[in-house]
Design a protein around this ligand. Structure first.
Ligand SMILES: CC(C)(COP(=O)(O)OP(=O)(O)OC[C@H]1O[C@@H](n2cnc3c(N)ncnc32)[C@H](O)[C@@H]1OP(=O)(O)O)[C@@H](O)C(=O)NCCC(=O)NCCS
Length: 178
């Protein structure tokens, strides 16, 4: 894709990533969730800094501007950020029998539908394959589902985030054989 380039995120990128994530959660999900579900999403989704420490989180930039981010992981956690209400599990996965995780995909709301999500997913799948995995899975939001379906992912399980004040966020565990 012309005009875009990618690199691996470092700790110095964390403030810009958190800012992009907050905007993507608030704006990109309005066609899919209620305002209460979007408000709760900020506590369900977000950045798991373990992925940045592992060196498996990609940034897409146009010039020096961050326009998208997302990563993969060889650890058991399927979704959730440092501050989120869902538990995380850093146990290592076995490429011979487990599916690598695709994690925390976000596109700047002013840059959607230009293939940034697809580009990040390609990078994640390539890196997971190079690490010996033959399958990838993620916990998809309703906003992520069309992208993942377009890229060959199929639903495995429909779930809800833990409820807070009677509100929960619908989620779909999805997977793909690479
Ligand atoms: C999900 C998200 C990252 C997609 O980013 P994106 O960069 O706009 O996706 P792409 O441009 O690569 O889309 C590729 C294809 O996916 C499908 N798609 C993506 N977004 C779609 C939408 N809102 N509605 C319908 N189809 C969509 C289309 O087939 C699209 O191809 P097309 O534009 O040629 O029709 C973005 O919407 C987002 O930030 N959502 C909020 C955060 C989130 O929920 N992340 C997922 C966590 S699991």
């Amino acid at each position: 894709m012309s005009g875009f380039h990618h690199r691996i995120a470092t700790e110095a990128d964390i403030p810009a990533i958190r800012d992009l994530m907050a905007r993507a959660i608030a704006v990109n999900q309005t066609a899919f969730l209620t305002p209460a579900q979007i408000a709760l999403s900020h506590s369900v989704m977000g950045l798991d800094t373990q992925i940045i420490a592992d060196g498996t989180y990609f940034l897409i930039e146009r010039g020096e501007t961050l326009v998208g981010c997302g990563g993969w992981s060889a650890r058991a956690t399927l979704y959730g950020g440092d501050a989120s209400i869902v538990a995380r599990d850093p146990a290592p996965l076995d490429p011979a029998k487990d599916a690598a995780r695709v994690r925390a995909m976000y596109t700047d709301p002013t840059q959607v539908r230009q293939g940034i999500g697809r580009m990040i997913l390609d990078l994640c799948e390539g890196a997971a394959r190079a690490a010996g995995f033959s399958r990838t899975e993620m916990m998809a939001t309703l906003s992520g589902e069309p992208l993942y379906r377009a890229c060959g992912y199929l639903p495995i399980e429909y779930v809800q985030s833990p409820p807070v004040d009677g509100v929960s966020v619908p989620l779909i565990r999805m997977g793909k054989t690479l």
